[in-house]
Structure formats: structure tokens, C-alpha cells
Design a protein around this ligand. Structure first.
Ligand SMILES: [Fe+2]
Ligand SMILES: [Fe+2]
Length: 275
């Protein structure tokens, strides 16, 4: 590995975004985190907006409503479909972390912001690898099944404002993963699939940290703009998120991520239906 590089962090994040091959995207995300930690970049760099991340020729991308939403985890094909869908989410998550770094690059912002999101990108890359290995244990691979483009659509909808991005991506979508993952792991265990359940357990622990990072920076940026975070969050969710907040909420995980319960249990304003 080189000792220093002429490129900026935002250019490195764009290289991750543009990578089409998933394993190359993973490698570049891990390298970006390492280079950032070792202070090898020329600086934060200018903001760069990438309209669409690089994607491999497969999987075929369908509209979310065209995807099957109920899977029988008692069957191996159902478990493969679940792990494939999660692999696709993690690949998108690498891009979402890099897009936050590149699109909203601002040299005035604290270095901790970039350290946090570089770490998130590297952890999402690791999650993709764990799921890719899980698929391989079943004789399957990422790209074998169709996937949907809903996550990147959420990114596009919140492309203009960092607070909207933080309000929706970590604090609605990623936190939803915390609500649904433990029941999913339990269903895998019911089906006798301990190996895949352990992969979900591992990802779940990291994701609590990602939501905590999302909340931390949402709070910081709100205060920088003299906004009350507890009023701003429901207003941004109502404006930028088309779906509804879905109970039941995983209170323990949300508490561990530091999200005050009043945000989603008794929101000021109307961010969607909570029951
Ligand atoms: Fe992840
Ligand atoms: Fe994450």
C-alpha cells in the first residue's frame, strides 16, 4: 500500500461509488477507511455528486413492489433469497456511506464525521462479504436473484440536504433493520439454520453502531443550523420519506443507538403512522 496519495477523500469515496464489481467496491471501501485512518489523503476534497453508483450486470433490478416480500425460511431457497436480499442491502449501504462523504464533503466539518462514515463504509463492505460467503455455502452467489432499487431511490430523494439524508437513511431505513433483524434470526434458528443466524447477529451489533453514528451527526448538524433536532426529524421524515414508520420498534436496540423514544413513539408533528 502506498504511503500517501494525491487524491482527496471525496475522490476516493467516488471511486468506491463508481466501482461496478461488488468485490472491487468492497476492496476500495476497506482501502478508503485504512487510507483515511493513516491520513494518506490530500484533504477532504470538494463535494462530488454521483447520480448512480456502479452496479454489476446482475442482479436484475426490479421495482420494490415487484419483489416477493414473504419468504419461507424453512426452505433452503427461501433462506438463499433472504441472504441475497441482505447482500444487496449491504452493497447499497457501502454506496450510501460513500455518497454521504463525497456529496456532502465540507472541509469545515469535524474530522470525526469522516472517520465515522469511513468506518461505516468499511463495516458495510465486511457485511457484504459475510453474506456473499453465506450465499456461497448454499452454492449461490450475489446476482443469482433479482433485487430492488429502493435504497438508492431514498438516497436520490434526499440528495440536496444532508439533514434530510441523515433523517431518512440511518434514522428511518437503517434503524428499521434493527427492528426486523432479531425476529429474522429467530426464524432462521427455528429452521435449524444457526450459521446464517450468526451472520445476522454479527451484522446487527454493527448496525446499532451505524444508527448511533447517524443520530449523532443528525443532532450535531441540527444544532449547527440552530434547529431543534426533535422537531426537525419528524418534519424531514414527513417531507422526504414516502412510507410510514412501522411498529413494533426494537426499543432496546434503539435505546442502545441513543435515539430518544419521543422521536418515534410520540413525535412532534406527524412523521407517519407509528402503529
Ligand atoms: Fe450493514
Ligand atoms: Fe449499516
Amino acid at each position: 500500500m502506498q504511503n500517501s496519495t494525491d487524491i482527496s477523500l471525496s475522490e476516493a469515496a467516488v471511486a468506491v461509488l463508481r466501482a461496478r464489481d461488488p468485490l472491487e467496491k468492497v476492496r476500495l471501501a476497506e482501502e478508503m477507511n485504512e487510507n483515511w485512518c493513516e491520513r494518506r489523503y490530500s484533504g477532504i476534497g470538494a463535494p462530488i455528486a454521483v447520480s448512480r453508483p456502479g452496479r454489476p450486470p446482475r442482479p436484475e433490478l426490479l421495482r420494490p413492489r415487484d419483489m416477493p416480500n414473504r419468504r419461507n425460511l424453512q426452505s433452503e431457497s427461501g433462506r438463499i433469497a433472504l441472504m441475497h436480499a441482505l447482500a444487496h442491502i449491504e452493497l447499497n449501504a457501502i454506496d450510501l456511506a460513500c455518497d454521504l462523504i463525497a456529496r456532502f464533503a465540507d472541509a469545515e466539518r469535524s474530522e470525526e464525521f469522516y472517520s465515522d462514515w469511513c468506518r461505516v463504509a468499511a463495516e458495510e463492505a465486511e457485511h457484504f462479504l459475510l453474506l456473499n460467503e453465506a450465499l456461497a455455502r448454499h452454492g449461490a452467489a450475489y446476482g443469482d436473484l433479482p433485487a430492488h432499487d429502493g435504497l438508492w431511490e431514498a438516497a436520490a430523494d434526499t440528495a440536496d440536504e444532508i439533514l434530510a439524508r441523515l433523517a431518512v437513511v440511518p434514522l428511518v431505513l437503517e434503524v428499521r433493520g434493527l427492528d426486523v433483524t432479531p425476529p429474522m434470526a429467530a426464524r432462521l434458528r427455528d429452521a435449524g439454520d444457526e450459521a446464517n443466524a450468526l451472520v445476522l447477529d454479527r451484522i446487527y451489533e454493527d448496525e446499532i453502531g451505524h444508527v448511533a453514528i447517524g443520530f449523532r451527526w443528525f443532532d450535531v448538524v441540527c444544532r449547527e443550523q440552530n434547529l431543534d433536532p426533535s422537531e426537525t426529524w419528524p418534519a424531514l421524515v414527513a417531507k422526504y420519506y414516502k412510507g410510514r414508520l412501522k411498529a413494533p420498534f426494537n426499543l432496546d436496540a434503539r435505546d442502545r443507538a441513543g435515539i430518544p423514544r419521543g422521536y418515534y413513539l410520540e413525535p412532534k408533528g406527524n412523521p407517519g403512522e407509528s402503529s
